[in-house]
Design a protein around this ligand. Sequence first.
Ligand SMILES: NC(=O)c1ccc[n+]([C@@H]2O[C@H](COP(=O)([O-])OP(=O)(O)OC[C@H]3O[C@@H](n4cnc5c(N)ncnc54)[C@H](O)[C@@H]3O)[C@@H](O)[C@H]2O)c1
Ligand SMILES: N[C@@H](CCO)C(=O)O
Length: 383
Amino acid sequence: MDIVASPPERSRPRPHAIASPVPRLLALGVIGPGRIGGALLDQLRAARTRLASQAGLALELRGIATRSRMWLDCDDPQLDQRNGAQTWRPADLDVFAAHVRGAQGMAMLVDCSASEAVTDRYAGWLAAGIHVVTPNKLAGSGPLARWQAIRAAAAAGASRWRYEATVCAGLPVIQTLRDLLDTGDILHAVEGMFSGTLAWLCSRYDATGPFSALLREAHAQGYTEPDPREDLSGTDVARKLVILAREAGWPLSLEDVEVESLVPPALAALPADAFLERLGRGELAELDAPLAERLARTRQAGCVLRHVASLDAHGRATVRLQALPAHHPFVHVRLTDNVVQLRTARYCDNPLIVQGPGAGPQVTAGGVFADMLRIAEIQGALA
Ligand SMILES: NC(=O)c1ccc[n+]([C@@H]2O[C@H](COP(=O)([O-])OP(=O)(O)OC[C@H]3O[C@@H](n4cnc5c(N)ncnc54)[C@H](O)[C@@H]3O)[C@@H](O)[C@H]2O)c1
Ligand SMILES: N[C@@H](CCO)C(=O)O
């Protein structure tokens, strides 16, 4: 669903907020008003008055783009084409970016899609002075040459690329790792549970019903990727490992990650629409039977299923479903909780641990919003 309904504006004072006489302008374009983008738009509407009056930051929503359409005349806080105040035109990302860039003040594009076509434009946008913020993992984990070009474009100018929500949604994982590295620490290894969807599925699945019924629920809750096979195949978690490894200066690529896929070949071969239709109709027996069998074996061994990822000191990266003994700390996480254990030169006896909900529209949009404010702050636009 694109563009969700907006709640009433809230006004909650920031304890350290200082009023600024002339708010600085942040011109925004939001690409992909789906589950995450829709939640972000709601959060922006709710924060707008407070940011302008208390932090001196005026948010101007200049446009919204979907895969097929865009709205360029929509700085209505309700941004709602349904009331007839908004007109749409066919999507053209170059026109869209130029429109956002044409405003006074800082220009920022927020990519909430899962699209390669959008990702391909980041380097050009950054070179043109437009900040880019995204929860989309494709740039961070895609071809190394494109990732390097994006980083180079950001480094060459004053524009910033931030992507905290690509790893464990709103949890401060990338920022924590950056802080460690910036202050001279060295990453040795990472281990954890990086999929909110699989954490939730593993903790809920008891074989009293089909696994795919829970998957349908996880999709409806907004925990899964737009195509939930990205989660089940381990690709989504592999992307997160690649993003963290590159952050630490290790040139890892997706092909380097050993991944165990839970998607049977017959389902992997389906087009995305067909898979989603079958998920909706509850017709995924190919997925259900092997998982029921896997759970039975795990229980016989007195263990619990958990989805675990690791990146060791030699750069070996793995993603797989594991049978863990009941006393293992990963067994006790709840709901969509992710766990990220960072072993570094400083945190070598005990790892530094970041843990908490790692999927869902609200927490992810919050992570994106925080990145936006961090850029505004660095650029001196926040009081
Ligand atoms: N669900 C989560 O908890 C979570 C957490 C972290 C990151 N993410 C990432 O957030 C992104 C969005 O996920 P979602 O669940 O909101 O997806 P969604 O399918 O609900 O929404 C995607 C949106 O992108 C738009 N879109 C697709 N292709 C486009 C294109 N070429 N140009 C412009 N717009 C395009 C669609 O129209 C839609 O509005 C994904 O990259 C996902 O990996 C999701
Ligand atoms: N689908 C992802 C979203 C967060 O990246 C997950 O379940 O972890």
